[in-house]
Design a protein around this ligand. Structure first.
Ligand code: MG
Length: 404
C-alpha cells in the first residue's frame, strides 16, 4: 500500500454518566483518532488512552505526544525507506516500537496498526472477522457498574438492573476498600442467577490490618463470583499467587497484563486464573490474538476488556471477543450505553448478543458531523513522495483547523 496521508485528531468526548472506580472517577473521554489514506483508501485507528490514565496506562496527552513526536514519524520514515510503500505490519511494528518501549508505546502503536489494517481491509473488501478467521456473527457482552456516589446501594442496584435489561450476559462491579462485601451481597440477593464479577483496580494488599487487607476478600467466596479482578498492585505477582491459593474465587489480572510477556509471567507465577485482555494496552489486534492463544493453550479463561471506546474500537474488540481463547463475555457493549455521543455509531441492534462487524474494514468510520463538532486539535503530516489525488472535492476537510 502506498501511504498518502496521515492525520492525528484529538476528539473531546464525554461519558453519559461518571464511572467511579477505586482509583478515581471517569467523566470526560477524549479520544485520539488516527486517519490514514493508502492507495486512495481511508483507514481509521483509535487510541485507548483515558484522560488521566490508570495505574499502568498513560493519559491521553502522553499518547498524543508519543504518536505525533515518535510513532508516526517512524511510520513515515519506514515508509519512505520503501519508496512510499507501507512495510508489512510485523516489520512496521518493529520499526515503530522501541525495544525498551512499554505500555504507552504499545498503546500508540495499536492505533497505527488499526488504521493501516482498516485501510487495507476496506480496500480488499474484507471485514476484520474474515481476516482473523472469526466465524461468529454475535458475541455475548458484559456491562460494568461503577462505584456510585456516596456508596448508595439503591443506585448500584438500579444501574445493575439497567445493564441486565439491556441484555448483558454478565455484570462487573467496581469495588474498593469499604465498598466490597455490602454491594456484592446486595446485588447477589437481588440477582441470584446473574453472572457476576468484581474489579478492584489494584486497591488491596496483603498484610495490612485495615479495610484494604486483601485477606478480607475471602468473604466474597460465598457469592458465586466468576472472578475477582486485579485485587492488588499490578507488579505484585507473588501476592496475587498467594491470594489465588487462599480464595475459592478465581483471581483475574487486568492492569498486570501490559504485554504478552507479562501474561506468560503471570501464568507461570500462578497469579492469573482469569485474564482480562485489552488490545489497546497489549499493543493491538495482532498482540491480542497472541495473548488469546496463550490463554487457550493454558486453559485460562479470558475476556476482552474495554476503555470506553467509540464504536470504531468497540467493533474491533467485539470481533476479537470471538477468538477461540476468549471464553468469557467481554466489555463490548454498545458505546451508546456510556458515551454521550459516539463519533462512529454502529447500526442499531437488539438482543443479548453484540453483532460482529461484517462490513469491509475493522469497524464503523467516524462521521464527519461528530468530528467537526468535537475535534479540538489535529496534526497532519507531510508524507514524503506521496501521490495525492488533488481533484477538488476528492476529500472533504473533516476537521476544524490544524496545528501543523
Ligand atoms: Mg479492570
Amino acid at each position: 500500500m502506498h501511504l498518502e496521508e496521515v492525520e492525528v485528531s484529538w476528539v473531546d468526548l464525554a461519558l453519559r454518566a461518571e464511572v467511579g472506580t477505586s482509583g478515581g472517577v471517569h467523566g470526560r473521554r477524549p479520544v485520539v483518532l488516527l486517519r490514514v489514506v493508502c492507495d486512495g483508501q481511508e483507514g481509521w485507528g483509535e487510541c485507548g488512552a483515558l484522560l488521566q490514565g490508570t495505574l499502568v496506562d498513560p493519559p491521553t496527552d502522553r499518547v498524543w505526544d508519543l504518536l505525533v513526536d515518535h510513532v508516526v514519524p517512524r511510520l513515515l520514515q519506514a515508509t519512505q525507506g520503501q519508496g512510499g510503500e507501507v512495510p508489512g505490519l510485523h516489520d512496521l511494528a518493529a520499526a515503530c516500537l522501541p525495544a525498551d518501549g512499554g505500555v504507552p508505546q504499545r498503546m500508540a502503536w495499536a492505533s497505527v496498526e488499526m488504521a493501516l489494517l482498516d485501510a487495507a481491509l476496506r480496500r480488499a473488501g474484507d471485514p476484520l472477522a474474515r481476516h482473523l478467521g472469526v466465524p461468529r456473527t454475535t458475541v455475548p457482552y458484559g456491562g460494568v457498574a461503577g462505584i456510585p456516589d456516596h456508596h448508595t446501594v439503591a443506585t448500584l442496584l438500579s444501574e445493575v438492573q439497567r445493564i441486565v435489561d439491556a441484555g448483558a450476559a454478565r455484570v462487573r462491579l467496581k469495588i474498593a476498600p469499604g465498598w466490597d462485601i455490602t454491594p456484592v451481597a446486595a446485588v447477589r440477593s437481588q440477582f441470584p442467577a446473574l453472572a457476576l464479577q468484581v474489579d478492584a483496580n489494584g486497591a488491596y494488599c496483603l498484610g495490612t490490618d485495615d479495610d484494604s487487607d486483601a485477606e478480607k476478600l475471602v468473604d466474597l467466596d460465598g457469592f458465586g463470583l466468576t472472578c475477582i479482578e486485579q485485587p492488588m498492585e499490578p507488579g505484585d505477582l507473588h501476592g496475587h499467587a498467594v491470594l489465588a491459593e487462599r480464595l475459592d474465587t478465581l483471581v483475574a489480572l487486568d492492569e498486570s497484563l501490559g504485554s504478552v510477556a507479562d501474561l506468560e509471567r503471570a501464568l507461570a507465577a500462578g497469579a492469573c486464573e482469569v485474564a482480562c485482555l485489552k488490545p489497546a494496552r497489549l499493543g493491538g489486534i495482532d498482540m491480542l490474538g497472541r495473548a488469546a492463544s496463550v490463554c487457550a493453550a493454558s486453559g485460562t479463561p479470558a475476556f476482552v476488556g474495554g476503555f470506553f471506546e467509540t464504536g470504531l474500537a468497540r467493533a474491533v474488540n467485539a470481533c476479537l471477543a470471538g477468538l477461540p481463547g476468549l471464553t468469557l463475555p467481554g466489555d463490548v457493549s454498545a458505546p451508546t450505553g456510556y458515551l454521550a455521543v459516539d463519533p462512529a455509531p454502529w447500526p442499531p441492534f437488539e438482543g443479548s448478543g453484540v453483532p460482529v462487524w461484517h462490513e469491509p474494514g475493522v469497524g464503523p468510520a467516524p462521521t464527519s458531523e461528530v468530528l467537526t463538532r468535537f475535534t479540538r486539535k489535529v496534526r497532519r503530516f507531510e508524507v514524503p513522495d506521496r501521490v495525492v489525488d488533488r481533484t477538488p472535492g476528492s476529500r472533504p476537510d473533516r476537521t476544524p483547523g490544524s496545528t501543523g
